[in-house]
Ligand binder design. Structure first.
Ligand SMILES: [Zn+2]
Ligand SMILES: [Zn+2]
Length: 304
């Protein structure tokens, strides 16, 4: 095959040569633009492996529930151990927010058993019914790009944050709704990791419905939906652990955009504030934000 320079010298005059060069350059640029960047195909091998080797597992309507429950267990367990060892682990204990309130083994076991009971008696039957109403669609062959996954997860989390903020606010303002639906979650004024999913049946179903439908609403890839469940569960558990670690999301995400552990811990102490589960913008906009001064532990309104 002739190289471009050989082709030019043998068959073209000078003007034809320039024209050919321009065409060649243009085709190369178009080819380059059509070439996928590495971040576009980074997840394809993982997705192909999941699709080809674990198809029946990930296609099951129970798979999102399994991810949610396993994430809850695995994220909560280390903090339960830290709580039980208490002052024997001074490295962690110094970050505990309500040091005077330490959960016992009995308290943790009761809380976890109630969560498991609700999964077995309510969530699993609801998934069975839902699988008849909304059968799962075939899996995509294409994986999402890293950018699609990141924006999809952020979109789902922001949407959930808004939905839960409104729901939460209404359930605190309305005495009947608070008593019959949400007060169950406020059984503990000093939350610990297992209390993350210590929710009434109605609240658990509502949260589960949003987690299931938000990725569909935003047309997200299934991989994005599952990632969102894992990250969302981590964020929820972190909000309930009762320890404000230096690496907690509220200390990493800048400009006070994220409420996190101190904000939600304060909500369990002062239930008429900090209604957003993750981010802080809705509480700031609506004037429902309360923060804790980290040095004096004094309650301050509206300035975190
Ligand atoms: Zn809570
Ligand atoms: Zn509440």
């Amino acid at each position: 095959m002739l190289s471009m320079s050989q082709f030019d010298s043998k068959h073209l005059g000078s003007s034809s040569c320039i024209r050919a060069h321009k065409m060649w350059n243009k085709s190369m640029v178009l080819k380059f633009l059509r070439t996928k960047s590495s971040s576009d195909v980074l997840l394809q091998p993982t997705w192909d492996h999941i699709r080809l080797h674990h198809h029946s597992t990930v296609s099951s309507p129970f798979f999102p529930v399994l991810i949610a429950f396993c994430s809850y267990l695995s994220f909560s367990l280390p903090f339960a151990i830290i709580d039980l060892l208490g002052e024997k682990l001074p490295f962690f204990y110094r970050y505990k927010i309500q040091k005077e309130r330490q959960p016992t083994v009995g308290l943790m076991a009761t809380c976890l058993c109630q969560v498991v009971y609700k999964y077995v008696v309510f969530v699993i039957p609801a998934v069975v019914v839902n699988s008849f109403v909304m059968p799962s669609s075939p899996l995509h062959t294409r994986a999402p790009s890293v950018l699609e996954l990141a924006t999809g997860v952020l979109g789902c989390l922001l949407l959930f944050d808004f939905q839960y903020y409104l729901w939460h606010l209404v359930h605190h303002k309305n005495r009947y709704l608070y008593r019959s639906v949400h007060s169950y979650h406020h059984s503990y004024t000093a939350p610990f990791s297992w209390t993350t999913q210590h929710l009434s049946v109605v609240e658990m179903m509502t949260v589960g419905f949003w987690i299931q439908t938000n990725p569909l609403l935003l047309a997200c890839h299934p991989l994005t939906g599952w990632t969102c469940i894992i990250i969302g569960t981590w964020m929820s558990v972190e909000g309930h652990v009762g320890y404000e670690m230096p690496w907690a999301l509220n200390n990493i995400i800048p400009l006070g955009l994220y409420g996190g552990t101190p904000a939600h811990d304060m909500h369990h102490q002062k239930p008429h504030s900090n209604f957003a589960p993750f981010f802080s913008h809705w509480d700031k906009i609506c004037g429902t934000a309360i923060s804790v001064d980290r040095d004096t532990r004094l309650v301050q309104k509206g300035n975190f």
